[in-house]
Every structure is written in C-alpha cells, then in structure tokens.
Design a protein around this ligand. Structure first.
Ligand code: BTN
Length: 246
C-alpha cells in the first residue's frame, strides 16, 4: 500500500482527488497526500481542519474482496492499525473511541473517514481518508476545537516526524489488511476491544426520538457497538456520533 504516491502542496480534499483517480483507473494502494486541504471533509458532513504542513492528510485507495455490508469492519481495522502505529512511534496512550476516533487524554488527535462505492452488495472500492493532527500547536486550533482536539506534538511535547509516522502506518495497515483477508474480522475485533476507550463506559447518542443512553459492552461482528440500556435491554448502534455520558 502506498507504493504509488500522489503528493500535493495544496488541494481541496485528498478524498475528492482519490475518487477522481479511481475513475481514471487507479489501482488498490494508490495514495494521495497533501500538505494542506482547503475543503477537508470529516464524518457526517463536518469540516476537517487541515492546516499547511502540520498534519498527515491522506487518502488511500482500497479494493477489498468483501461485500458492502462488511465495510464498517474496515473502518475499525484502520483505527486499530493507526492506534498501534501512534502508540509505537510516539509512546502516547492513544485509544479508540467508537467507531474510529483516536483520542489522547480525551481529546481527538486523528479522524478516519471511509467512503465506498458499490453496486448492489458488491463493493467496488473504498477510499480510506485519514487525518492525523501531528504537529499542530495550540494556536492552530479555533476556540471551538481547543477543548475537544489536540495534536501528537502538543500531547508528547516533541515534534513528530511525519514521514516516519506515515510509512509506519502504511506498513501496519498493510499487515492488518492481509490478516483480515486471511483470518476475517475476529482478530481485528479482539485488537479493537483491547485498544478501545469506549467499552464499559456510559455512552450517549442522538436518535430521531431524542438522546439515548447506555453502557457500551462490546462490538458485534459487523462492527456495531453493543449497548446495554438502563432498562437492561441490549441494542446495537451502527453509525452516528457517540459521546461519553460521564
Ligand atoms: C472525522 O473524524 O470526521 C474524519 C476526518 C477525516 C479527515 C481526513 S484528512 C484526509 C482525508 N481528506 C479529507 O477531506 N478528509 C480525510
């Protein structure tokens, strides 16, 4: 993965570029990296703050041999790979908040966005978008972001070698991706549970009927979060935003 790299100084979004490249015939493993994004996108229509030279803003083309309904497993796989890489390279106690935010000291240091293209149940390709806030400083964050986001360099007190981090991540991701095709989701799920900061916590999500609260107790085979509600019934949350309720 990432043996063919398209590098941009400035771009609207590496996700948009990666989709274009697939339309032009790009194969699995093609990587788009930019120093700065002017229209970086986050999950659920949010913007992703991507200042010049401070982070790793990348999108990777994958063509996994799995049906569409397994795509959420891939999101968790990417989170596991990145969490392990960041722990090894920076020694920071980073953990995964379901489904795929990486947190240090309760603040977000990285986000993952998977966009897939499918016909019926057949998955054609997936663009794995990863934003890692590597070397942002306090003043790079707006007042709105300050309480909820941080960077690896703020958290560790040192400058992060972005090239090293990116190449280690691609290596870890490739290994895990191979394992996934050989052994399925089981081993990934176990790793995710070990690295999770969501399990055994009180969690809250918004539904069309208002907020819903319970205790996160596990992950199912599709990647959904299993939640025990106050009345002891057990439900599954498949998507959306999950906050800690305490
Ligand atoms: C999230 O947590 O909401 C996901 C954020 C994903 C951001 C990355 S940065 C590189 C790639 N290009 C984008 O426009 N978004 C993703």
């Amino acid at each position: 993965l990432g043996r063919q790299i398209r590098y941009y100084d400035q771009i609207d979004s590496t996700q948009i570029k990666a989709h274009e490249l697939v339309d032009q015939g790009a194969e699995e493993g093609v990587l788009v990296v930019a120093e700065q994004q002017t229209a970086g996108r986050g999950r659920m229509g949010r913007k992703w703050h991507s200042p010049q030279g401070k982070g790793i803003w990348m999108s990777l083309v994958l063509k996994p041999r799995i049906p569409l309904h397994f795509a959420p497993q891939l999101t968790l796989l990417v989170a596991v790979a990145l969490c392990r890489t960041i722990r090894r390279v920076t020694s920071l106690p980073v953990g995964i908040k379901w489904p795929n935010d990486l947190l240090v000291d309760g603040k977000k240091v990285s986000g993952i966005l998977l966009e897939s293209s499918a016909e019926e149940e057949k998955l054609q390709y997936v663009i794995v978008g990863v934003g890692i806030s590597a070397n942002l400083r306090e003043q790079d964050y707006t007042d709105e972001l300050k309480p909820i986001a941080t960077s690896l360099s703020i958290a560790s007190g040192r400058t992060i070698d972005r090239t090293e981090l990116l190449s280690e991540f691609l290596y870890d991701l490739e290994k895990l991706y191979e394992l996934y095709h050989e052994a399925g989701f089981g081993p990934i799920k176990t790793l995710w549970e070990q690295l999770s900061v969501s399990l055994d916590r009180e969690v809250r999500t918004q539904t069309s009927q208002g907020p819903s609260e319970g205790t996160a107790i596990g992950l199912d085979d599709s990647g959904a979060l299993i939640v025990r509600m106050k009345d002891n019934s057990v439900t599954k949350w498949y998507s959306g935003t999950v906050e800690f309720a305490n």
